[in-house]
Write a protein that binds this ligand. Structure first.
Ligand SMILES: Cc1cc2nc3c(=O)[nH]c(=O)nc-3n(C[C@H](O)[C@H](O)[C@H](O)COP(=O)(O)OP(=O)(O)OC[C@H]3O[C@@H](n4cnc5c(N)ncnc54)[C@H](O)[C@@H]3O)c2cc1C
Ligand code: FES
Ligand code: FES
Length: 492
């Protein structure tokens, strides 16, 4: 049984392990306002809002794609759908009123999803009113996961900008607490008969993992649930990692090598990770803006991206460039391994059958150490990489040190370009040295051709990214030299 709130009312429903929130809404509860467009998280027609208590006990709403969210993950949450927004079924919510006022809808198929994305944006501004007008970046981030075929985005953007100054009602139940459906109630009180397990402690997760080798682990479900909706797989048993407290933590600490940094719990979402990355590695944080949509980032996790081991996953190359470590936990305890030893072959990792990925170590940024991340994809918003390059290095007396050149999309696994790294290591960043590195790159990888890019495109792109890196290093050393000359001139 799942206990949750739906549009202000407590609900308790039975659901199969593989049922999505969208199926629950449309087929069991007959709430058909939430639409199915793609069933793969791409179009946003199924967008709903999920309310959960934050670390301060405040109820916060975020957007999610109902088509790829397991219904069981509603346990203890507040689900808000488009049917709930009009107060007393009479007074439009400001997001709805603004869409009417600005003519933001034509056929209306995408409209419920767009209204729900605007709703979460409105809630965010309600919780922390903006001092300045909504920035174009924030607006793009809020609406980047919603496609509209007929209206065009101008009136929708106008609605988002007008929303706060348009008369409308915000239902009072949005501020209600979640007392009736606490998330610490298990959905699998009867563990033997349940097929969806929601442990709250790491040792329970590990025990379930070992007891049910056929089960699939699920975190944000933004990869896994596509196996249900696209490949029509029947998942016989599912173990949810998202309520495990240890997997939700971001802790300052050290890795096995004594380096300071952060242990990121495997079930930490991109949305929660972003503030830390903004501070430590802005270029990594910037990559997150290009990873999926707001709906995907609100639910997708760093652990899911790593464990999925896709050769075109966005974060693994960055973790390789940062010499990140992974903590794998099984019945006999935890072990820590370098991220570079985790990916073995296409979708094959070092994770044993009875282990889970519990945390990812990201070292603290160091003065002088640089990181650049460049993602090439066909679309800027909500698209998977064709090639991604993540590069880390520092200069010591003008020589490149500890060079890491990691790529996605160039091999069956995310991988470092060892030959190209060796060509740069210990050299000054001259055009000749980079020419040698680009040449070595052709032996490092033999990429494949697919819908995202031909082998030739990938090889040329990777080479071009190295040239871009050279230019960045050249311009930064030039800027540094100019600064030094000027400081010298001022000093004398
Ligand atoms: C519309 C859309 C756009 C996307 N865009 C991008 C993109 O731009 N870049 C990108 O890299 N990805 C993208 N993705 C893929 C996906 O969002 C990411 O890979 C995400 O990080 C997966 O995390 P998750 O928590 O949703 O994983 P899930 O789907 O829950 O799990 C993924 C896999 O990891 C396993 N797993 C999860 N947690 C653990 C654990 N703790 N231990 C062991 N195994 C575990 C699961 O069993 C499953 O096999 C996109 C997906 C969608 C739907
Ligand atoms: S139906 Fe397209 S994102 Fe869910
Ligand atoms: S109004 Fe028709 S798809 Fe957006």
């Amino acid at each position: 049984m799942i206990t949750f709130h739906l549009n202000g009312q407590p609900h308790r429903v039975a659901a199969d392990a593989h049922l999505s929130v969208l199926e629950l809404l449309r087929e069991q509860l007959h709430l058909t306002g939430t639409k199915e467009g793609c069933a793969s998280g791409d179009c946003g027609a199924c967008t709903v809002a999920i309310g959960a208590l934050d670390a301060n006990g405040e109820l916060r709403y975020h957007s999610a794609n109902a088509c790829i969210m397991p219904a069981h993950q509603l346990q203890g949450r507040h689900l808000v759908t488009v049917e709930g927004l009009a107060d007393n079924q009479q007074y439009l919510h400001p997001a709805q009123a603004a869409m009417v006022e600005c003519h933001g809808s034509q056929c209306g198929f995408c409209t419920p999803g767009i209204v729900m994305s605007l709703f979460t944006l409105h809630e965010e501004q309600h919780a922390a009113p903006l001092a300045a007008p909504l920035s174009p970046e924030r607006l793009e981030a809020a609406l980047g996961g919603n496609l509209c075929r007929c209206t065009g985005y101008r009136p929708i953007r106008d609605a988002a900008l007008a929303m706060n100054s348009i008369d409308g009602h915000r239902p009072l139940w949005l501020d209600a607490t979640l007392d009736d459906a606490q998330d610490n109630q298990h959905t699998d009180l009867d563990e033997a008969s349940s097929r969806f397990h929601q442990p709250h402690q790491l040792n329970d997760l590990v025990r379930l993992r070992a007891a049910h080798p056929e089960a699939r682990l699920v975190a944000g479900a933004t990869d896994l649930w596509l196996e249900v909706t696209q490949q029509l797989k029947d998942l016989p048993r599912v173990i949810d990692t998202t309520r495990v407290s240890e997997l939700q933590q971001i802790e300052q600490g050290r890795d096995v090598n004594g380096r300071p940094g952060w242990w990121i719990g495997a079930a930490v979402t991109y949305a929660r990770l972003e503030p830390l990355l903004n501070k430590e590695y802005p270029t990594f944080a910037h990559l997150l803006h290009r990873l999926g949509s707001a709906q995907v980032r609100n639910r997708g996790t760093l652990g899911g991206n790593v464990a999925n081991a896709s050769p075109i996953g966005d974060t693994p190359p960055v973790l390789l460039a940062l010499d990140a470590q992974l903590r794998l936990t099984g019945p006999k305890g935890s072990r820590e391994i370098a991220a570079s030893n985790f990916f073995i072959d296409y979708k094959k990792t070092d994770l044993a059958e009875n282990e889970v990925l519990s945390a990812i170590f990201i070292p603290a940024s160091q003065t002088g150490r640089q990181l650049k991340v460049w993602k090439l994809s066909k679309r800027r918003e909500d698209d998977i990489s064709a090639v991604l390059g993540a590069f880390a290095w520092h200069l010591e007396d003008g020589y490149l040190r500890d060079v890491r050149l990691a790529f996605g999309g160039m091999a069956g696994i995310p991988a470092r370009a060892r030959g190209a790294e060796a060509a740069l290591e210990g050299h000054s960043p001259s055009p000749t040295v980079f020419e040698a590195a680009r040449k070595a790159l052709t032996s490092d990888f033999s990429p494949m051709s697919d819908v995202r890019g031909s082998a030739d495109y990938r090889q040329r792109s990777a080479s071009a990214l190295l040239e871009r890196l050279r230019l960045v290093i050249e311009s930064s050393t030039h800027a540094q030299t100019t600064q030094e000359v000027m400081l010298h001139a001022y000093a004398h």
